[in-house]
Design a protein around this ligand. Structure first.
Ligand code: ADP
Length: 272
């Protein structure tokens, strides 16, 4: 009878193994599907700039030699498209890298107030016609979170740039940060065109733009927010949007705050 009981156990173990093997296969299949979808999206996005460049080159070949105006216009347009492609490729690289962040910077610690001050200062210089206010009244000056400093900068730049891009009359923005219940909240607010409830659920998807043609004019690829979301989640944070069409938007990032001892431990590990 002991043998039978042991066989029973074996049967259970085998079944467990089969289940976890199946789950692993499912995960792999999902991963492969996602990669295929990504390659499809990328090809689609690269098609437009390549088609524009091809169009201009054909025109140059046919008429450019005799027409200095066509020569000039086509060269400028091709250059602009090439730059756009460069930007797109950089953003796609950022997106794929954002998925492996924690492997790259597992022990990074950053003082939130320092980065906020620097980025808001820099962005005010870049966007001179905008007033960007910074409110850190509810943020103790030494508050730290687990993130590579360059990534917090990148996140703020993405959100502030968007606020600037999608504002029309009111050229103002508020950046605020606070600490409550061991969480750091960073809010980037604009008073621009806003995003409808329906679109709010889609803007974090890669390559998604509310108005494709218009956004393209502004140089957007629909990747900024997907990069932001990947980055934030890989640091155990969360990003969300709160917006009213025609009134403006708020993008809210939440990160777990580090206690002094947690920050110290991470720093020690980083040194080793
Ligand atoms: P893009 O590079 O095209 O701006 P994002 O991923 O950053 O791509 O944003 C996706 C879309 O979400 C944008 O095309 C725009 O339509 C909308 N959006 C993003 N930020 C804002 C904002 N602050 N106000 C209004 N719409 C926004």
């Amino acid at each position: 009878s002991t043998i039978r009981i042991r066989d029973f156990h074996r049967h259970d173990e085998l079944q467990e193994l089969a289940v976890s093997f199946n789950q692993m296969l499912d995960r792999m299949q999902r991963y492969i599907d996602q990669q295929k979808e990504f390659v499809g999206d990328v090809s689609h996005e690269l098609r437009t700039p390549v088609a524009v460049i091809e169009g201009h080159l054909s025109m140059l070949k046919r008429w450019g030699k005799d027409d200095p105006q066509i020569l000039d216009e086509s060269i400028d347009a091709s250059l602009q498209e090439a730059k756009r492609m460069q930007h797109l490729i950089q953003e796609m690289l950022d997106l794929t890298r954002a998925e492996q962040i924690n492997v790259q910077y597992p022990y990074a610690v950053t003082k939130v107030s320092e980065v906020l001050k620097r980025v808001v200062g820099d962005m005010s210089l870049v966007h001179k016609d905008f007033t960007i206010r910074l409110d850190m009244d509810d943020l103790p000056a030494d508050t730290e979170i687990q993130i590579y400093q360059g990534h917090l900068e990148q996140l703020l730049v993405i959100l502030i740039d968007n606020g600037v891009k999608y504002s029309t009359d009111r050229k103002e923005m508020n950046v605020s940060a606070g600490l409550s219940q061991d969480e750091v909240h960073i809010i980037v607010q604009d008073f621009g065109e806003g995003i409808s409830k329906e679109e709010q659920g889609k803007i974090f998807n890669r390559f998604y733009r509310v108005d494709k043609a218009r956004t393209r004019e502004k140089g957007g690829n629909g990747l900024g927010l997907s990069i932001a979301q990947k980055l934030v989640t890989s640091y155990h944070g969360n990003i969300s949007v709160d917006s009213v069409e025609g009134q403006g938007s708020q993008f809210i990032m939440v990160f777990p705050a580090l206690s002094e001892s947690q920050a110290k431990k991470l720093r020690q590990r980083e040194e080793n």
